[in-house]
Ligand binder design. Structure first.
Ligand SMILES: [Fe+2]
Length: 150
């Protein structure tokens, strides 16, 4: 899906809607994991949910990074580093779950949920704003530096 989202003929609103859908899935998984940990759901069930969260997180990170680098987004490397930090945080939550450290897992999950909320509101919004700054290629003649080159 994402390969077709990178062209400059794709309205930015479609890119934004796809990202929002991915973010929504991340929060659904985090909320479900929080419920499972709090209710002492079976370990395998908690870890399955966490793996789903990790998979969605990786997919979302790769999609955003593809958009950033295809559009020469400034600050893409720092943004990618934040994605890596999120992945590391998810790994730490898994460690708490495996070690049966219920309260530590809940605390780490709450902190990660907050970090991701801030990341989406601030950092991901910068990508959206960057993409919105480009005019569709078919409406204006191509000028060097005018478009994102994708
Ligand atoms: Fe991001």
């Amino acid at each position: 899906m994402w390969a077709s989202m990178l062209g400059d003929q794709v309205p930015h609103v479609q890119v934004e809607m796809a990202l929002e859908d991915e973010h929504r899935r991340l929060f659904i998984q985090m909320d479900e994991l929080q419920r499972q940990i709090a209710s002492d759901a079976p370990l395998a069930k908690q870890r399955f949910t966490l793996q789903m969260l990790d998979s969605f997180l990786k997919a979302n990170s790769l999609a955003e990074e593809a958009v950033m680098f295809a559009s020469s987004f400034p600050g893409g490397l720092a943004h990618r580093d934040e994605h890596r930090a999120h992945h590391h945080a998810v790994c730490l939550i898994d460690g708490h779950i495996i070690s049966l450290e219920r309260e530590a897992a809940l605390s780490a999950l709450a902190a990660q949920r907050h970090a991701m909320l801030i990341h989406i509101r601030e950092k991901d919004q910068e990508i959206v704003n960057w993409k919105r700054s480009f005019k569709p290629a078919h409406l204006t003649p191509s000028q060097p530096g005018d478009f994102d080159g994708d």
